[in-house]
Design a protein around this ligand. Structure first.
Ligand SMILES: Cc1cc2nc3c(=O)[nH]c(=O)nc-3n(C[C@H](O)[C@H](O)[C@H](O)COP(=O)(O)OP(=O)(O)OC[C@H]3O[C@@H](n4cnc5c(N)ncnc54)[C@H](O)[C@@H]3O)c2cc1C
Length: 221
């Protein structure tokens, strides 16, 4: 069988690669932020930002006129990474220390969304990606806000996930050493909710805030 090719194909530790779209979508959906890298005039940039997924596209947005959005609107190449950290892998040697993670790296070009209704639908995606069911409770966006916002879609096509799970993987002879080894699981959890200090009296906290769980929220969106 011919070897899969392309800039998105994982070469280092390919056993950790996963090209299954369900796995990739789940990582994109659980991730709250991504890092977008691009080159302008020979200068590489790496910008952390919010993303959302709409079917087979990743959406990015921001105020019109920013460097990243201008680059994306012009249809230039970008590379997007979403990383979920699941734990520290503490081995018997420094060399074999690692992390458990789920990550996605996506290559593509931006396509600007200009239609106002499509832009509004995309804005809903961003809000509900982070806090499912919140959009419908908000003051509707205005034409001015829609015009001030730039939104681009990047096709989820040249993409791979890489996933590490499980305990440390030490050298055979090191398993006899009197050194503790194991996993330190890590996860993002919500803290105690704080009402806005100037919140009007009588406004209840909505369910999407009270029951918020960062790891599973997207399953309700
Ligand atoms: C939280 C975390 C911590 C890590 N720590 C380290 C570290 O300390 N040192 C280290 O060398 N590596 C680390 N990695 C792995 C790192 O992401 C790369 O996979 C690895 O460095 C190999 O990079 P490369 O360009 O040589 O790989 P290659 O296999 O040559 O990359 C080829 C293509 O595979 C895809 N790819 C590569 N890595 C990933 C990925 N993680 N997720 C999805 N697609 C990917 C990209 O499209 C890339 O263009 C870490 C990963 C994560 C998520």
């Amino acid at each position: 069988m011919a070897k899969p090719e392309g800039r998105h194909i994982v070469k280092r530790l390919p056993k950790r690669a996963d090209y299954d779209r369900e796995t990739i979508n789940a990582i994109l959906d659980e991730g709250m932020i991504c890092h977008v890298s691009f080159v302008v005039d020979g200068q590489p940039f790496m910008i952390p930002t919010i993303h959302a997924r709409d079917g087979d596209h990743v959406l990015l947005h921001g105020l019109k006129g920013g460097r990243m959005l201008k680059h994306l609107e012009a249809g230039h190449d970008v590379c997007i990474a979403v990383t979920l950290l699941d734990g520290l892998v503490l081995a018997r040697s420094a060399f074999h220390h690692s992390m458990n993670y789920r990550s996605v790296v996506l290559f593509g070009k931006g396509q600007e969304i200009t239609d106002e209704e499509a832009k509004m639908a995309a804005m809903k995606r961003f809000v509900d990606h982070l806090t499912p069911n919140r959009w419908d409770s908000l003051r509707p966006v205005t034409d001015k806000e829609i015009k001030a916002t730039s939104i681009v879609a990047i096709s989820i096509d040249e993409v791979a996930a890489k996933v590490r799970t499980g305990p440390p993987s030490d050298d055979d002879e090191d398993y006899e050493l009197p050194i503790w080894a194991g996993l330190l699981p890590l996860s993002l959890t919500a803290g105690e909710v704080e009402d806005d200090p100037v919140l009007n009296a009588g406004i209840e906290r909505p369910d999407h805030v009270e029951g918020f769980d960062p790891a599973t929220r997207y399953k309700n969106s």
